[in-house]
Design a binder for this molecule. Structure first.
Ligand code: ADP
Length: 401
């Protein structure tokens, strides 16, 4: 009996009832045992439900924070603890201002406490990786008897979404700008010709040559844009045809395509690739990617220098094989600050030079998309004044076996 009163329901009273026990005592012992059984079962259910709730709460990807009416933290989950860099277990009981050092979120919580109205907003947090955008949903928190006991905040990390929106917005602005530049120039020269310059043959020829150059630039931009959207669409729908083929053939074909451009600058293209190196690839796309890299290497190198096109197999730490294609030049190189953004559409480390050389600013982004369509990636290493090496890494022959 005393064990029961201490909350231990594991013992059974009927085990102790001796022969001497009266009928009433025996019946009481049975009733107590049944009660203990039921209580035990209920407690087990409550503990199980509590653990389930705890597991759901802590494994939610949304950050959750509950605050009481005195602006003290009631509870927060793991995701929230990570966001606010606090200890999940130590935060409860502490003042909101100590735990959440974000004035906007504090303001939102105060507003909901005062108005008792749900509120949806956004906050921006600054961390080591830069800005993080969090969508916040604050709702008044009520207990069983509908008494207000605080505010519940659920936060979603929308950083990726915001970045994508920015990229898209920048892209539209960039395309418009890129198309406008040659069109403005064409328009200007055509008007000058119509205003009389056409009667002076020398001027007319000079202006028409510029118009032709700008038209080619327009054409190149549109070709690259179409190419990019085609590759993106195909790889989104997993429509890129990949077959196992010899890498040496792709490298040779790409080098041949660039031979004229290289010869104009007396640049030597050397190939290094084992005879039997094979990978799963789309020959045409991979050739286009290598051509883009070699054309750049030629463009951004001095006359008479060298471009090395290489393919080799590497074994990763986890034992997976990868094929690494590299295009190395000894040209102007790229400043470190440009490297992280170099594969973005229209990103140029040297705008004036790129335009002068007829660049569209899309070549590298096409390379990246082609690499990704192969389940691979593109990267760069460069030293200003010494040259650059661009890499395309593809899954090796055992990677998808
Ligand atoms: P572009 O058509 O302007 O060459 P890309 O997307 O091919 O566009 O390249 C983006 C930018 O990266 C270029 O404008 C140039 O500034 C830089 N770049 C690319 N390849 C090289 C290279 N081999 N050496 C130096 N800079 C390079």
């Amino acid at each position: 009996m005393s064990r029961f009163s201490q909350g231990d329901f594991s013992q059974r009273m009927s085990l102790y009832k001796g022969k001497a026990a009266s009928l009433e005592v025996a019946a009481l012992a049975d009733a107590m045992d049944r009660m203990a059984e039921q209580l035990n079962e209920r407690i087990r259910t409550i503990v199980r439900q509590h653990n389930e709730l705890k597991a759901v709460f802590s494994s939610m990807s949304e950050a959750v924070l509950a605050v009481d009416t005195d602006e003290r933290v009631i509870k927060l989950n793991k995701a929230a603890a990570v966001i606010f860099t606090v200890n999940e277990k130590e935060a409860p009981g502490r003042l909101l201002q100590e735990v959440v050092r974000n004035i906007d979120l504090q303001g939102q919580i105060k507003q909901v406490l005062a108005n008792q109205e749900p509120l949806q907003d956004e906050i921006i947090l600054q961390d080591a990786e830069g800005e993080r955008f969090l969508q916040t949903n604050c709702v008044p928190l009520h207990d069983d008897s509908d008494r207000n006991i605080g505010v519940l905040v659920v936060m979603n990390d929308v950083t990726r979404l915001r970045r994508l929106e920015n990229v898209r917005r920048d892209f539209v602005a960039n395309v418009s700008h890129e198309l406008k530049t040659p069109i403005t120039s064409i328009k200007g020269y055509v008007e000058t010709l119509m205003d009389g310059a056409i009667d002076n043959r020398d001027d007319a020829v000079r202006f028409l040559k510029i118009v032709t150059k700008q038209t080619n630039q327009l054409y190149a931009i549109i070709e690259d844009l179409l190419s990019l959207s085609r590759i993106e669409k195909q790889s989104e729908h997993k429509e890129v045809d990949l077959t196992v083929g010899e890498l040496r053939k792709v490298l040779e074909e790409a080098a041949l395509t660039c031979q004229m451009k290289a010869a104009e600058k007396k640049i030597r293209i050397s190939l290094q690739c084992p005879e039997n190196l094979r990978a799963k690839m789309n020959f045409t796309l991979l050739e286009q990617a290598i051509v883009n890299l070699v054309v750049n290497a030629i463009k951004y190198s001095e006359d008479g220098s060298e471009v090395i096109v290489k393919a080799e197999e590497k074994v990763e730490k986890d034992g997976a094989k990868r094929v690494i294609i590299s295009v190395q030049d000894f040209g102007i190189g790229i400043a470190k600050k440009h490297l992280p953004r170099l594969f973005e559409r229209f990103y140029r480390s040297d705008k004036a030079r790129s335009r002068k050389l007829g660049g569209t600013g899309l070549g590298l982004s096409i390379v990246k998309h082609i690499a990704q369509a192969h389940g691979g990636d593109a990267s760069v290493q460069s030293q200003e004044g010494e040259g650059s090496t661009f890499f395309i890494s593809l899954p090796g022959q055992n990677a998808d076996a």
